[in-house]
Design a protein around this ligand. Structure first.
Ligand code: G3P
Length: 228
C-alpha cells in the first residue's frame, strides 16, 4: 500500500518524510486554506521537496466539467505530469474525468461517499478513487466496508483503478485497509505519528539501552565500543 501525507504544511511534510517511507502528498482546498499561502507557490515548494517521481494530488475547484478540465491542464503545467488531478465525483466531475483520462492524465476521483461513486470514477478512467473513510463513518455507515467494496468492485471489473483511502482519524482504520491490500492511503501527520507511538515500544527500547550501558558504560553504543 502506498502511503501519502494528507497535508500541505511544508515543515510537517519534511518532518514526516525524514522518518517514514512516504510515496507522496495529497491536499484539498480546506488543507490549502489552513496554510494561508498562494496555492501554486506552496505546491511548487512541496513538489521541489518531494521530487518529480513522488505523487502530488491537487484538487480542482470549478463546478462544471469545462472549468475542471482547464484547471487540470493548468495544474499539470505548473506541477508536472506526475501530479494527480483530484476531481470530485459529481456528474460534471465524471465528465471531466472521462475527458482528462482519455488524454492520458493522472486523475483521482475524490469526495467519494458511496460504492457506485467510486466504481463510476474507475470506469471513467480515474487512476485512483478516494473514499472518505471517517466522514462515511460519521454519517452512520461503515467507511472501511465502503472502501473495501469499491476495491473489490474495481478488481472484479478488471479496472486498473486503485483505492486512495482518505479521511482517517485513527491508525486502526489505516491498518485494516492496509491488511486488505488497497492501493494507497493518504493520512494526516498526527495519525501517521500514531502508527508506531506506544509506551510499550518506548519502554522496550529504553530497557535495551539501559542494559547495554550497564554492560559497557554510560553513553556507549556499538560505534563507541569498537576497538575498546
Ligand atoms: O482530502 C480528503 C480527505 O482526506 C478529507 O479528510 O480529515 O477532512 O475528513 P478529512
Amino acid at each position: 500500500m502506498k502511503l501519502l501525507i494528507d497535508n500541505a504544511n511544508l515543515g510537517e511534510i519534511k518532518r514526516i518524510y525524514e522518518f517514514y517511507p512516504i510515496d507522496g502528498v495529497t491536499c484539498n482546498p480546506t488543507i490549502l486554506r489552513k496554510e494561508g499561502k498562494n496555492p501554486y507557490k506552496l505546491l511548487k515548494a512541496i513538489r521541489a521537496f518531494i521530487g518529480e517521481d513522488a505523487q502530488l494530488h491537487v484538487q480542482v475547484i470549478g463546478m462544471d466539467a469545462i472549468t475542471m478540465i482547464e484547471e487540470g491542464h493548468q495544474i499539470q503545467k505548473e506541477l508536472g505530469a506526475n501530479t494527480y488531478i483530484k476531481i470530485p465525483v459529481t456528474p460534471e466531475g465524471l465528465k471531466a474525468i472521462k475527458h482528462l483520462a482519455s488524454e492520458g492524465a493522472n486523475v483521482t476521483g475524490t469526495a467519494v461517499y458511496n460504492q457506485m461513486q467510486g466504481f463510476l470514477a474507475g470506469k471513467a478512467g480515474a487512476k485512483y478513487v478516494a473514499p472518505y473513510v471517517n466522514r462515511i463513518d460519521n454519517l452512520g455507515y461503515d467507511g472501511i466496508t465502503v472502501a473495501k467494496q469499491i476495491h473489490d468492485m474495481l478488481k472484479q471489473a478488471n479496472l486498473e483503478t486503485n483505492i486512495l483511502a482518505a479521511s482517517f482519524k485513527n491508525s486502526f482504520q489505516v491498518l485494516d485497509l492496509c491488511e486488505y491490500g488497497v492501493g494507497a492511503a493518504t493520512v494526516a501527520p498526527d495519525v501517521i505519528d500514531g502508527f508506531i507511538k506506544s509506551d510499550v515500544i518506548t519502554s522496550a527500547v529504553d530497557a535495551f539501552t539501559k542494559d547495554f550501558e550497564a554492560l559497557c558504560g554510560e553513553d556507549t553504543n556499538m560505534l563507541t565500543i569498537a576497538n575498546s
